[in-house]
Ligand binder design. Structure first.
Ligand code: ATP
Length: 439
């Protein structure tokens, strides 16, 4: 087994601090002392998280004719979760430390209480991770609802609706991005494991005989997606689960793993779920969830291949992989080498000085770029400082407007990674940036 590359021991702290200081991710309800394990995405973070989701949607839906999208409800009735198996089995083993009374997930501690060091625990008991709530003004069993712990069930319960309305035939997929909720026993490591998080899941329905081939296909496609968006190969690996470790529904699961500062851990899971979900919902709901193949005159229950990724967890991995400290002209700098598709801002427009002569043309440059790129506009501090601020949040290009611009209608474009500067005519600027980024 490969060992994870030795990380900077302070990397997690550095990225967490940068995320807070520059407005990527804030502790939720911070002015009230915070609410454990919930986070708010600030002005830069919301841009980046949207970019992560957009890159996924583009690769999974926009550029494919075999996958359609869905946005299903977060609240659901118990019947869905009974049929899916979640009410029964979506549990983690919970233990209490007999000494300090802290509660832990038994499979995540090595027999020693991380709080007090005791090795005395209660027997593990199954703790269901779903958040239960009441829908409507009455309490009681009839009003029970659950917040979804995964987005996948919406794809299964809408299988017949999607088939009827889109005329797709297997192999085809349904994709969804949205919030999921799990009452995690020990949320940890910043946004790696939180109680409220965002998932990007796709259920790919295939003829049973093709399931293995599509399972292998999706493992590769999903691995390549992270590579393509700039995570180095050395920080990624595939980990296939042993048969003994598989979830109750799975015929095969392979995780895409990332080398986090604490070692290899899951980024995304790709599973061959067989016909488990459609069969369960068919028998529980009384609605046939099958495909009728007119060519062969056969009716069958498709198998499902599911790549299940976390949007918030992926964003964290992209931040960790992008974080670098280097030297420019003898000065150290922090730079996020984010792919331009993920960077919160693709371009920063920086007037060289606050003098009013530069404002008109600077605003003109900004408004020419804004329809095509997410842009920042910054007039405070020295130009060197402003470059550093943009490097630190991963802005790939800085466009500087100076006094010569008033004469030659050209600006200086600075590249984040090389720090090279070139002079580009304002009229050619959009084309220049499109060519460099592929936007
Ligand atoms: P674990 O075993 O680590 O609890 P899991 O294997 O149950 O996770 P899945 O159900 O396969 O996770 O969820 C698919 C993806 O959703 C994960 O790979 C991860 O990216 C994301 N995810 C799951 N739980 C959380 C969470 N609590 N916080 C953030 N992301 C999560």
């Amino acid at each position: 087994m490969e060992t994870a590359p030795a990380p900077d021991p302070d990397l997690l702290d550095k990225v967490t601090n940068l995320a807070k200081r520059r407005g990527f991710i804030f502790q939720s309800a911070e002015i009230y002392g915070g609410f454990r394990s919930t986070y708010d995405y600030g002005p830069l973070g919301v841009n980046m998280l949207r970019n992560v989701k957009q890159a996924w949607w583009r690769s999974m839906v926009q550029t494919r004719s075999d996958i359609v999208g869905l946005d299903a409800a977060i609240l659901g009735p118990p019947a869905v979760w009974a049929a899916s198996g979640h009410l029964e089995t979506f549990t983690d083993p919970l233990v209490d430390c007999r000494k300090c009374k802290e509660r832990w997930r038994a499979d995540k501690i090595d027999g020693i209480c991380p709080n007090c060091g005791s090795d005395q625990f209660t027997e593990p008991r199954a703790f269901n991770l779903m958040f239960k709530t009441q829908a409507g003004p009455v309490e009681g069993d009839g009003a029970t609802a659950y917040l979804r712990p995964e987005t996948a069930q919406g794809m299964f319960t809408n299988f017949a609706n999607v088939l009827a309305t889109t005329r797709k035939k297997p192999p085809f997929g349904i994709a969804q991005i949205g919030k999921s909720f799990r009452n995690e026993i020990t949320p940890q490591n910043f946004v790696f494991r939180t109680r409220e998080f965002e998932q990007m899941e796709m259920e790919y329905f295939v003829p049973p005989a093709e399931a293995e081939q599509w399972y292998r296909y999706w493992i590769q496609v999903r691995y390549d997606w992270y590579l393509d968006l700039g995570i180095p190969e050395a920080l990624l690996r595939l980990h296939e689960h042993d048969a003994a470790d598989l979830s109750h529904y799975s015929r095969g699961t392979t995780d895409v793993e990332f080398a986090y500062p604490w070692g290899w851990d899951e980024l995304e899971g790709v599973a061959n779920r067989g016909d488990y979900d459609l069969t369960q919902h068919s028998s529980a709901s009384g609605t046939r969830l099958e495909y009728f193949d007119q060519a062969s005159n056969e009716r069958y229950t498709p198998y499902v291949i599911e790549p299940a990724a976390g949007a918030t967890r992926a964003m964290m991995a992209f931040l960790l992989a992008a974080y670098h400290e280097d030297e420019v002209e003898g000065e150290s700098r922090t730079v996020l080498r984010l792919d331009w598709r993920l960077a919160p801002y693709q371009v920063a427009v920086l007037p060289l000085s606050k003098k009013p002569e530069l404002e008109g043309v600077s605003r003109e440059v900004l408004s020419r770029l804004q329809p095509h790129f997410m842009c920042d506009y910054d007039v405070t501090q020295s130009i060197g400082r402003r470059y550093r601020r943009q490097d630190e949040v991963g802005t790939p290009y800085c466009v500087t407007v100076d006094f010569t611009t008033l004469e030659d209608r050209a600006v200086t474009v600075r590249d984040r990674d090389t720090t090279e500067q070139v002079r580009v005519a304002i009229d050619d600027l959009r084309a220049y940036l499109v060519e460099r980024t592929g936007a």
